[in-house]
Write a protein that binds this ligand. Structure first.
Ligand SMILES: [Zn+2]
Ligand SMILES: [Zn+2]
Length: 245
């Protein structure tokens, strides 16, 4: 990134510039109006509902409405922390609906995991390897492939930062393992479930299983494989699976 996008944050040190309306800085626990992150724009400009009404009147920011909002510069870590805290803004009925979805999807996933183990004994093979370029997860014994799965990366749980990160906002991953997962984000947007639409949020490992269960349901996947990583776990949806012939 160019150096004019850099700033020094009192809390986070060297960081990148992001633009957020004053209301979100003062009270982040409300709905954020912003695009999803992309590789070129990791922290898209964000504003609140009140500012969005001014934006919608013109359909863009221009000289007629730009004075209606007070845009602040904050660092990218401050942005992520504030956006994650908007998770806590959840109406009671949405919270109940979310809990019901998690319970149903968890049950569904348990049955799918049992079926996978019965059919393919995934836990019994000597090693596993995944290849992002092919999107294949291979289970093998003594160099001989036994089971091959087509996988989509769901997200990762970091035991270091204790956060969940959706694969659709993890730009270190190759695109072909993080494309189908956007359907889960769309489902989350439709149901107003922030855990499915906020890129990164404070979590424990149970949260990782919860959102992976929902992802498995939305993607009609066969189950989940959780792989250990250097600093936590990577959750993959098994889309198709078969024995190597
Ligand atoms: Zn605002
Ligand atoms: Zn900061």
């Amino acid at each position: 990134m160019p150096t004019n996008n850099a700033l020094q944050c009192a809390q986070h040190g060297d960081a990148f510039v992001t633009y957020v309306c004053k209301h979100l800085v003062d009270q982040p626990r409300q709905r954020w109006y912003c695009d999803y992150p992309s590789e070129d724009n990791r922290w898209p400009d964000a504003w609140c509902q009140q500012c969005d009404e001014a934006f919608q009147k013109e359909g863009e920011w221009n000289e007629k409405n730009e004075n209606a909002t007070d845009i602040k510069i904050i660092c990218n870590s401050c942005y992520e922390e504030r956006l994650a805290s908007s998770l806590e803004f959840l109406e009671q009925d949405v919270l109940q609906a979310w809990n019901a979805v998690v319970t149903d999807c968890h049950e569904e996933l348990c049955a799918k995991q049992d079926a996978l183990e019965t059919l393919f004994s995934l836990s019994k093979h000597k090693r596993w390897d995944y290849d992002q370029s092919t999107g294949l997860l291979t289970f093998s014994n003594n160099g001989i492939p036994a089971v091959i799965a087509d996988v989509e990366f769901i997200g990762s749980y970091s035991t270091v930062s204790e956060t969940w990160l959706w694969s659709w906002s993890n730009f270190h991953l190759l695109e072909n393992v993080r494309t189908r997962i956007k359907a889960v984000r769309e489902y989350g947007e439709h149901r107003a479930f922030p855990r499915l639409t906020i890129p990164k949020w404070p979590a424990d490992e149970v949260h990782g299983w919860e959102v992976s269960a929902v992802a498995t349901h939305v993607l009609s996947a066969k189950g989940v494989y959780r792989a250990p990583t250097e600093n936590g776990f990577l959750f993959m949806a098994i889309m198709e699976v078969g024995r190597s012939s």
